[in-house]
Structures are given as C-alpha cells and as structure tokens.
Write a protein that binds this ligand. Structure first.
Ligand SMILES: [Zn+2]
Length: 270
C-alpha cells in the first residue's frame, strides 16, 4: 500500500515537473534557434497571408511554427512523401489560427497524417440483421484524440486560391480549438462576457444560415449549417480567407471571431 502511494506521488511529481518545467525549458531551447531562411521562403510562397502580416505578428507566427515542427509528428499515407515544404506549409496555416494566442492551444495535437489526395473511408454498420457498408471521400478530418488528417491536393488548392472561401488546413485545426474545452460544440474555450456574447451571436447566425440555404448565394458555405461544430470551422475559414465579406455580411460574428482569435484579418488583407 505504501509502495502504491509512493508510486502515485512519483507519477504526479513527474507530470508536474514535465508540464511546468521541462516542457517550457525545452520550448525555450527550440526558440533560441534562428528561424531558418528556407522556411521563411516556403512561408512566403505557400502561406499567402504571411506576406501581409505586420512584423510583430509574423515573428509570433514563426515562433509557434518552430515549436509545432519540433513537437508534432507528421506521417505520409498511401506513399505520400512529407517533405519539409509540406510540413512548413501545414504548420504555417495551422499556426495562423493561434498566432496571437498561446502556443499551448495546440498541446493536445500530436500527429498530422497526410494523404496525397482526397481519400476513401469505409465504415461498416450493423443493426443485427443487415450489415451496411458506406464509403466516403474525405479532404480532411480532425479527431479529439489529437490527430489531424489532410489530403495534400486539397491543401494545395487552398494555397493556390487564398481568397476563396475554402482552406482545409484552417478548417481541421479550428476543430482542434473547438475540442479544447472537451466538446465539439462549435464554441471554443471562452470566458465570462465573451461566452454570453458568443452564444447569442452564434446561435442567431447559425439559425440565419439554416434559413437562408434556399438562397442562391447564402452568406456562408452551406456545409456550415450541418452542425454547430462545422459552423465554427467554416466560419474560421471565411474569417481568415474572406474577412471583408464576412464582416459585411455578419458584423457581430466577425467581431466575436476577432475577440477569440485576437486578430483582425481584414486589417492585413488591405
Ligand atoms: Zn469539419
């Protein structure tokens, strides 16, 4: 019994030491390394928004990218070769979301799986009598267990069209921020007044989108109307890719996103 007690104390002490000292010390060591020029040129060609950022935000983004590349595991699927260019481009977009927030928002993200192209997922369901099989084609997905899956061809489409609404990397990493408070409910962690403002603004906007789906051009990709978690992910894409459009259509939603992300992308779209 005494041994179990001592063992438990040792585990708690080690976790405390790791979380508060070792991890911070190790991160500090990574940040002391100069940011490689070749990563900077990848960002310039692959992360269009990077070129427009004010110097202080660009510096913060670079620091987050340094930690992201040092800590997250990348895996190529279906024979895909995850080159340095691919890793920097994905890290660059993922970290755009948290460039004015703390890097620890991504502490739970452990691995990024990259397929060359949209990939098939097969699922089997049984009701006891009939087994049905479904096959779906996906551009990406995010799991609450710290995994993000991306189809590189879809990432490249987003990189080529930085002013179009879609960006699968921003979308899947927005889901990771949504998971931070333990539920994928379309509300990332907020506090006090921010929570009340978020709930009333987003509930109204979500209902508004659902009712405007019969319009020829709804103000947001209709996929955002499937559930609140998708609403937040699709809104995040629009916020960074088409800020002027979103701000004109939904000023309250735009402001709530500015408060959460702590940046105003319209100011650097110019
Ligand atoms: Zn989604």
């Amino acid at each position: 019994m005494l041994l179990y007690g001592l063992g438990a104390i040792a585990v708690i002490a080690f976790t405390f030491f790791y979380l508060f000292f070792y991890r911070n010390w190790r991160r500090q060591r990574h940040l002391e390394q100069p940011f490689p020029d070749r990563w900077r040129s990848v960002l310039q060609s692959m992360v269009p928004l990077y070129r427009r950022l004010p110097a202080s935000l660009a510096r913060q983004l670079e620091q987050h990218i340094q930690l992201f590349l040092a800590e997250k595991d990348f895996y190529g699927c279906d024979g895909f070769d995850v080159t340095e260019r691919v890793r920097v481009a994905i890290a660059g977009h993922a970290c755009l979301l948290i460039m004015a927030r703390r890097y620890s928002d991504y502490d739970e993200v452990q691995s990024i799986l990259v397929y060359p192209d949209a990939y098939h997922v097969r699922s089997v369901a049984s009701d006891g009598l009939v087994v049905s099989e479904r096959s779906q084609i996906r551009a990406g997905e995010a799991s609450s267990r710290g995994q993000v899956v991306l189809a590189w061809a879809e990432c490249e489409n987003a990189i080529r069209e930085p002013d179009e609404a879609h960006n699968v990397i921003l979308h899947e990493f927005a889901h990771q921020l949504d998971y931070l408070d333990g539920t994928a409910d379309g509300a990332p962690p907020l506090s006090g007044e921010q929570t009340r403002h978020w709930q009333s603004t987003m509930t109204r906007a979500y209902e508004n989108l659902r009712h405007s789906l019969h319009h020829r051009h709804p103000w947001l990709d209709p996929y955002g109307a499937t559930e609140p978690a998708e609403f937040f992910a699709v809104l995040t894409e629009a916020f960074f890719q088409q800020p002027s459009h979103l701000r004109t259509e939904q000023p309250g939603v735009y402001q709530a996103l500015c408060d959460f992300y702590r940046v105003d992308p319209q100011s650097f779209h110019g």
